[in-house]
Design a protein around this ligand. Sequence first.
Ligand code: ADP
Ligand code: MG
Length: 381
Amino acid sequence: MNADHARRYFREIYGAEAEVIGSAPGRVNIIGEHTDYNGGQVLPLAIDRRTYVAIRARPGASLSRVVSDSQPARADFDVHSFARRGQWGDYVSAVCAAFASGGARLPQIEASVTSDLPAGSGLGSSAALELATCVSLAAFVSDSRTLKDLALLAWGVENQSVGLACGVMDQFASALCEEGHALHLWCDSLAVEQVVMREAVLIFDTATPRSLRVSQFNQRRLECQEALRLLRQRNPALENLTSAHPDEVRDARLPGDLAKRALHVIEENIRVRQVVESLKKSGSVEGETLYESHESLRTQYECSTPELDWFVERAKKTPGVRGARLTGAGWGGCAIAVGDLEALTSAQHALSSEYDAAFGRKPRIWLTNAAKGAKLERNAR
Ligand code: ADP
Ligand code: MG
């Protein structure tokens, strides 16, 4: 999957050449789960699977059109006014409308989407689609916005237009990651730091439906808000949940599950800093901290599944594997492991057949290195 494939697909669909092609990657988060919407830190890297968006003008037409090689239905829309349909085309049409309302002189367009990134697996495919659209459109209308501006635009689109209350991590990772680096991101100030990351990461997609994800995710967000509100009654200066001290939470005797949720968020944020330090010192990810993260997600944040737990337990028993945890919010989706390249490479076959035997489902497994964020592939304008 590459820009040539994207160009050929566009030609097949529209019988003409694309004028611009932009691409953007998915991401995995090494550590910092559920810290982003609590004002904390995260450490994602861009993976080597990307989404490509190819565009050309559609002069004289009153509507635009977009097709995707992974979705059956095409979407017709007006670039100047966004109308939510509850379909995948919303991501593209909402980005177009955001450009148009920002003053860009945008004609109606023909667009195609090609991708080798699994959608809906917690690898940030929606952000990749948004950012690939952003980069294409920016070149198409000669807009000089920075990648950080585009990340914010895409984040606004996903929250306001598509209607998914997500943190900034996916859009920032897809936009700003650099090859051979993880992105240390402070989600409150939006400061970023590139941290050298030469190790490969194993991605294990459990291929399970994330049916509980939206409802449980929203519930956790409310729990975090409530925990912060109660902690602020004792300490009004508290900036956000991740800035509380674990002792403050213990002393506050928060009701129900709130103490567990808050402790996860606070301790997870501390773990991000530990892993960043270890990466800087030794060039490799501190595996034990990943196991601690998973344990906290399983028992305190309660967002794991039997499949994700199975993978992490199996990783612990594999010589040469140093650490593993669920990644991308949980309730199904993906996990990661780090360790010796040989161990990660040779473990894949057995992992696949044992998982299939245990759950009757084939996982998707692959190794990735830290890849480049969103970029312009081709500009024939
Ligand atoms: P994630 O971002 O973790 O993959 P989401 O549920 O946020 O999961 O986004 C998945 C949705 O994004 C898909 O259901 C689809 O609407 C849209 N999407 C992602 N990639 C593509 C693609 N290549 N073509 C069309 N739609 C896509
Ligand atoms: Mg998404």
